[in-house]
Structures are given as C-alpha cells and as structure tokens.
Design a protein around this ligand. Structure first.
Ligand code: FES
Ligand code: FES
Length: 170
C-alpha cells in the first residue's frame, strides 16, 4: 500500500469523536490513515477500488468506501469506524448471537453498512436490507446470517428458518 507520504501535510480529521492529527498527502485514501496513522485496524483492505465494502466506515452517518475516499475531501466530516460501536452495540450483539462471521474479513464493513441503515431506518424491510447491504461482498457467503442479525438487532423476527439451516451448513 502506497502511503502517499511524499507530499504529506498536517491534517486534522474527526474520527470516532476525536480530533486526530495525521500527516499524509491530501490524496491519501482514508483507509491508509485509519489503519497506519490512527491505529484503527478494524477496517479492512479488500479490493482497494471501492467494490467489496470491506473498508466501509461512516462519514456523517453515511457509509463510504474508505479505500477510495481521499482525506482532502473529509475536512469537517465526522468519521466513524467499527471501533466507535464499542463492542456491545445491538448489531454486534446480534452478530454474536447469530454466529455471523465465518472468516470475518468482511464483517466490520458489513456492520457499518448495517449501522447506517438502522440509524435512518430502524425497522427495515427485507428489500431495504438488501438494498443497503448491496455491495458489501462476503466471500464466505454469510448473507443469510447477516440479514437475520440485522433483523434481530432491529427487533424484527428473522424470516424463515434460513438462519439455523445456514448455520448448520457453515
Ligand atoms: S477495500 Fe474498499 S471497497 Fe474493497
Ligand atoms: S465472513 Fe469471510 S468474507 Fe465474509
């Protein structure tokens, strides 16, 4: 991963409610700064081209692909990473209950997309969930468990018996 430090400038970002001073070139993707400078390694590098969702974080509450957003565009923007959820967020509890992760690589991005959904749509329909989660790719195919966990976190009954069937299959 190129760090972009050749033309580093001092920049302050608002990350998880704190002002974080970083030194990186203005075109450096946010993900590089999160992982290498801020020490927030929950956000993962997958494709690097905005196609997989592994690097998803929130910018003013909306999911963004941090591998593809330069820090120069984030002045004054509130950035939230998976670490901001603290470990006991309703989604994280549901993730544990439904034993969602397989390898786990995609999951912080999945949870941040789900968090953005529930923040604006606390009782999403199946179609709402599918639309919001479209683009967060899971190579392990945990999609049924992801949907079940989102519905559980939202206080909705997961539809069908896919959760247990899928869990057994995994
Ligand atoms: S690593 Fe950012 S979308 Fe794949
Ligand atoms: S759990 Fe392995 S990529 Fe999603």
């Amino acid at each position: 991963m190129e760090s972009g430090r050749d033309d580093a400038v001092a920049t302050t970002l608002d990350i998880n409610g704190k002002s974080v001073a970083v030194s990186a070139g203005p075109e450096t993707p946010l993900l590089w700064v999160l992982r290498d400078e801020a020490g927030l390694t929950g956000s993962k590098y997958g494709c690097g081209i905005g196609q997989c969702g592994a690097c998803t974080v929130l910018a003013d509450g909306s999911p963004i692909r941090s591998c593809s957003v330069p820090i120069a565009s984030l002045a004054g923007v509130k950035i939230a990473t998976i670490e901001s959820l603290g470990g006991s967020h309703a989604l994280q509890q549901a993730w544990v209950k439904h034993d969602v992760p397989q390898c786990g690589y995609c999951q912080s991005g999945q949870i941040m997309s789900a968090a953005a959904l529930l923040a604006t749509n606390p009782k999403p329909s199946d179609a709402d969930i599918d639309a919001a989660m479209d683009g967060n790719i899971c190579r392990c195919g945990a999609y049924q468990r992801i949907r079940a966990a989102i519905k559980d976190a939202a206080g909705l009954t997961p539809s069908g018996s896919g959760d247990s069937a899928e869990t057994a299959k995994a």
